[in-house]
Design a binder for this molecule. Sequence first.
Ligand code: NAI
Length: 299
Amino acid sequence: AASRRAGTTPRQPGVDRVGIIGAGAMGAGIGAAFALAGIGVQLIDTDATQAQRGRERIQQTLDKAVARGRLSVEAAVGVSARLGASTDSADLGDADLVIEAVVEDPDVKVSVLRAAAVAAPDAVLATNTSYLSVSRLAESLEDPSRLVGMHFFNPADVMKLVELVPGSTASPRTLGVALQASKQLRKVAVLAGDAEGFIGNRIYSVYRRHAEYLLEDGALPEDVDAAMEGFGFGMGPFAVADLSGLQIARSLRDRWRSTGRLPARYVDIPDLLCDRGWWGRRSGRGYYRYEEGRRIPDP
Ligand code: NAI
C-alpha cells in the first residue's frame, strides 16, 4: 500500500519455492544458487542417490557461504529446512517455478515437463537446455505459453550469466517470472532468441570447432588451452569441454548426423573420446585425466 501511495508499482511477488528436475551437475548447481538466495528448493531425480547427492552439494554450498561470512547461520538453517530431494514429481506441487535440467534429450525433456505441468499446475516451467529449441519443446506441452528457456552456465551458483529464451510461445507472465527469479538470484539476465546454442554457446562453438581443427592438425589440448588462457580466456576450450561433460556436445552432433547437418569439415576426435567412455572430468578422463575431480598430468 505504501508503495502505491508513493506512486510506484507494487513489487511483483517473488519466487518462493523452486522445483528442479534432474539433480546432476547443473540441477544441483542451480539449486545451490536458489538456496543461497533464500529460496526453497525441491530436487527431483529418477535416481534417488543422485537426488541425495544433489541435496548434499547444496548443503555444502550453504555451509561454505556461512563459513565465509556471506550467509547468516539463521538464513542457512531456514533454507536448508526448505530443501527437499526425492524421486517423485508429485513433490513439485507448491513450486512457483520448475526448471528441468535432465539429460540433453528432447523426448526425456518433454516427458518430465509434461509431468511437471500436471504436478505443479500454477508453476512457470523452464528448461536449462543447451542446444534444443525451446519453442519446439513448448509445442509438445498442453499449454506452450508456460515454458521459457533459462540457460545457466556451469557452475550455476558461481557464473553470473543466465540466458532467458521466451521462444515463440512464452507468455508475458512466464517471461516475467523467469526475469524475477533471475533478479532474486542477482544474475545478469539476457534475452536470447531461440537459436541453436542461444548466445554464449553459439559464439563459443566457433572457438571449439577451431580448437578441434588444431588437434587434427597436430596440436595438443594443453597447448591450445594454454594459448587461449594466455590470450585472456578463463579456461581453454578443452578444459571447458571436460568440465561441462562431453555428452552435451555429443547429443548435438548426433542430432546433426540424423538430420544431415554435419559440417563439411567434421572432427571425430570428441566422438572417439565418448566411445571410450571418456566423458570428461566426472568420468575421470576426457581430454585430460582427473583424480577426485582434479586434473593430473599424463603419465
Ligand atoms: P547430468 O548428467 O549431470 O545430470 C542429469 C541428471 O538428470 C542426472 O542426475 C539424471 O539421473 C537425471 N535424469 C535423467 N532422466 C531423468 C528423468 N526422466 N527424470 C528426472 N531426472 C532425470 O547433466 P548436466 O550436465 O547437469 O546437464 C543437464 C542439462 O543442462 C542438459 O540439458 C545440458 O545440456 C544442460 N546444461 C549443461 C551445462 C554443463 O556445463 N554441464 C551447462 C548449461 C546447460
